[in-house]
Design a protein around this ligand. Structure first.
Ligand code: SF4
Ligand code: SF4
Length: 383
């Protein structure tokens, strides 16, 4: 078939079809050999392939229902038996933050992301379409949304605890709506109850304890500390709430302790991302991406906005280096409350929602205000 004789949807379908078959069928695609596919759907590439894994080459497309079937298949086993589901499972386990595109056969203006019917299950076209749309609607995402796999799976687990009403219905109105034979088996609910850790293992206690020790040693011998901006505020919230060293999950109390009792003029450089020196032992840190994956995997996004909001408020930029007490003096002068930096009015589910954002809607964090008063007083007394 030439391009001249293809319909628009057929043409687009070939792009996403390549992506699905690449991950599910084991085809390969590095950046060079995927150049043709890139012309139609740049984000949809195979994981792995010829061994060259690059940022732009690690994403792939799935049907939303395939995420549910993968969870369902984990009810009694630790990995899916079905080859397609197993390929998705292994790709996510190998690289949990690789982007996945949730393609569905939605019509109307969403036709551009049609994957086609090739991965439909045998229950019929309307059922397959409705099931995918039911899932996307619960998650509040548009067809064709691309997200880190960790976020997509966490959102599925949070918004869809049961297959009822999605994979099968309480009343079978006709043969076209009989649903999946496993809908009432309880398997999906059992798989979902195992949680995200059944697919994406958490950081181990040993690894985090080792990172705590090494990063603290680095902090105590440093002449210059690197830190992402907004967690300088989190340190104040912790201080106001009474947290003192040692803290297992970050090095912020130890940083304040160093400033207050050993070296008030230690240099602080503001850097991007979940920088190792402060964040090394955090259960939500992904070392290879220097990223934080709290809040269903998407918390790093809201945190990055906080970093940038704070830089704007202070008139600083990434790379700024200041003496610790001068930096805190500026912070306390310009930021009397966390509300302007931390507030989020996006309702959950949203990649912008987080607990701190919600708790700052009515007023700023009271621990910050207390910690700010106490630290201003303590820093005034320093020689
Ligand atoms: S309110 Fe803001 S500054 Fe305080 S802990 Fe939460 S995110 Fe950090
Ligand atoms: S959640 Fe993110 S910013 Fe906070 S300590 Fe963990 S890695 Fe650092």
């Amino acid at each position: 078939m030439t391009n001249d004789s293809m319909t628009r949807s057929e043409f687009l379908r070939q792009g996403s079809g390549l992506a699905v078959s690449a991950v599910l069928g084991g085809a390969t695609a590095c950046r060079a050999c995927a150049a043709t596919a890139n012309e139609t759907k740049p984000s949809a590439q195979s994981p792995g392939g010829c061994g060259e894994v690059e940022d732009g080459a690690r994403g792939f497309a799935v049907r939303p229902y395939q995420l549910l079937c993968m969870i369902c298949s984990l009810a009694e086993t630790s990995a899916p038996a079905d080859p397609k589901l197993k390929a998705i499972f292994e790709a996510v386990r190998q690289d949990p933050d690789r982007p996945i595109t949730l393609s569905s056969n939605a019509g109307g203006v969403y036709v551009y992301q049609h994957p086609g019917p090739q991965d439909d299950t045998p229950e019929g076209s309307e059922f397959n379409r409705k099931r995918d749309l039911d899932i996307l609607q619960r998650m509040n995402w548009a067809p064709g949304t691309t997200l880190p796999a960790r976020t997509a799976l966490n959102a599925v687990l949070k918004t869809i605890p049961s297959a009822a009403g999605i994979c099968g219905y309480s009343a079978v109105t006709s043969d076209a709506w009989r649903g999946c034979p496993k809908a009432d088996s309880g398997d999906y609910e059992k798989g979902a109850a195992k949680g995200i850790q059944a697919i994406i293992p958490p950081r181990t206690d040993e690894e985090m304890a080792g990172e705590k020790e090494t990063s603290l040693r680095a902090l105590h011998s440093a002449t210059r500390v690197t830190i992402r901006p907004h967690i300088l505020l989190c340190a104040v919230c912790q201080y106001g709430g009474g947290t003192r060293p040692p803290l297992k999950v970050d090095n912020l109390p130890e940083l304040l302790d160093l400033i207050l009792h050993k070296n008030p003029d230690i240099l602080i450089t503001l850097v991007q991302g979940a920088d190792w020196m402060m964040c090394a032992p955090c259960p939500s840190r992904v070392a290879k991406l220097n990223a934080c994956v709290n809040v269903l995997g998407s918390g790093g996004l809201s945190n990055e906005k906080r970093d940038l909001d704070m830089l704007q408020k202070l008139g600083l930029h990434y790379g700024t280096t200041m003496k610790a007490r001068e930096l805190y003096r500026l912070i306390f002068e310009k930021i009397p409350s966390t509300q302007e930096i931390c507030k989020r009015e996006n309702p959950s589910p949203s990649v912008w929602w987080d607990g701190c954002g919600e708790s700052n809607v009515q007023q700023g964090n009271q621990n910050y205000e207390k910690g700010r008063r106490e630290l201003m007083e303590a820093m005034e007394k320093l020689a």
